[in-house]
Design a protein around this ligand. Sequence first.
Ligand SMILES: C[S@@+](CC[C@H](N)C(=O)[O-])C[C@H]1O[C@@H](n2cnc3c(N)ncnc32)[C@H](O)[C@@H]1O
Length: 457
Amino acid sequence: MSKPAPPVQKNDTIEVTFEDLTHEGNGVGKIDGYPLFVPYALPGETGKVKVIKVKKNFGFGKLLDVTEASQDRVDPPCPVYVQCGGCQLQHMSYQLQLDMKQKQVKDAMHKIAHLSDVPVHPTIGMEDPWYYRNKVQIPVGQDGERLKAGFYRKRSHEIIEMDTCMIQDEHNNRMVEAVRRIAEKYGVEAYNEEKHRGVLRHIMVRTGQTTGDVMVVMVTRTKQLPYAEQIVEEIRETYPNVKSIVHNVNSKKTNVILGDKTTVLYGDDYIVDRIGDIEFKISPKSFYQVNPVQTKKLYDQALAYADLKGHETVIDAYSGIGTISLFLAQQAKKVYGVEIVAPAVTDAKKNAKLNGMNNAEFFVGEAEKVFPWWKSQGLDPDVIVVDPPRKGCDEELLKAMIEMQPEKIVYVSCSPSTLARDLRILEDGGFETQEVQPVDMFPQTGHIENVAWLKRK
Ligand SMILES: C[S@@+](CC[C@H](N)C(=O)[O-])C[C@H]1O[C@@H](n2cnc3c(N)ncnc32)[C@H](O)[C@@H]1O
């Protein structure tokens, strides 16, 4: 039997009651069972909606008016919230954000991993869910003589200018504005994406929130940054606590922000930050979690799940600059880290030294290739920790993990769907998922981090 035609047509204006939220934060209303996704609508609300896209199995609408508002609706404090694509959840209470993220993880466990009985705990939130990000990467554009800096408008590359981003550390906001103003003063031209001409593409700022260290990276299309000396001097005058000023060249036509060539213009090629009792050196290209307050909670949870007694051999896959590895090394006999980005591994080795830890060893390579090699060398881990990018673990790596038969696996993930996919594979390979803890690393946005642990059956 063929499916009935959608009960709505493009440009219809209809009244919709919303029942649910998608992980992007869109309200979901059903019209005779046909789901309509509507940005800025909340569950429990009724609103007037204009239908803007009709597909076979679902449609999209624009919220024209809220006729019955949810108790969880709040005024978004950021003046450019609706234009800017950075945040998706500022119009809902923080408690609803946390509940929605927990539900999203439960749904993924149920639908993708087929693990409906695994406990998914309430999301660990922040006391103050604002101004938390330690890293910003802002595109630069030209407006006549002026340079403008701001995030892109949703689904476009139009720059929305702003004074302050309310999820950024204030150091980052002020530094971006200082660099924009100084570069403008020296007539540095912004990069023009369409013509692939011009100079300054992005301003990146990273702040060590516990140390106050600040790193500025200016990314240009051209090999030279004009007036580099003067610009550096003025940045230092404006911002005496800047620890590192870096020039990065990205001459490719690409959406990737950093290019291959990095030159230090002033100070060190790293900044220092602290998580708990451990200090970390962080270079421009190394991955470092963006929300240090929540990172501590995430790593504490990973460590609690690993439940180390001091005699264990642990592997930390996707180890970055060695953050989780060194947390684990405090309580394990030996930790082996593997990471694909060579400068991050250099950072990890320096970080082990910096903290006087000699029981952590780091390797450059693809985890899925290094694991089988480790196995062939007789490495027999008690615990394996993984923290892959959004796409999850490589299949070869999962296979190698299953073959290594550790007692425990701790899985840190920034994507509930790939986490659920990989848990299913590990379950089928003889492991049992014990629990999942969501941690809100990215308040006001739809993203959610999780840590799960599995026991060998
Ligand atoms: C989500 S980050 C986690 C980093 C670190 N565990 C932390 O908490 O800071 C993922 C890391 O995996 C690395 N990576 C990506 N693909 C990889 C692969 N195939 N093998 C090893 N590392 C990889 C990335 O460079 C990145 O540093």
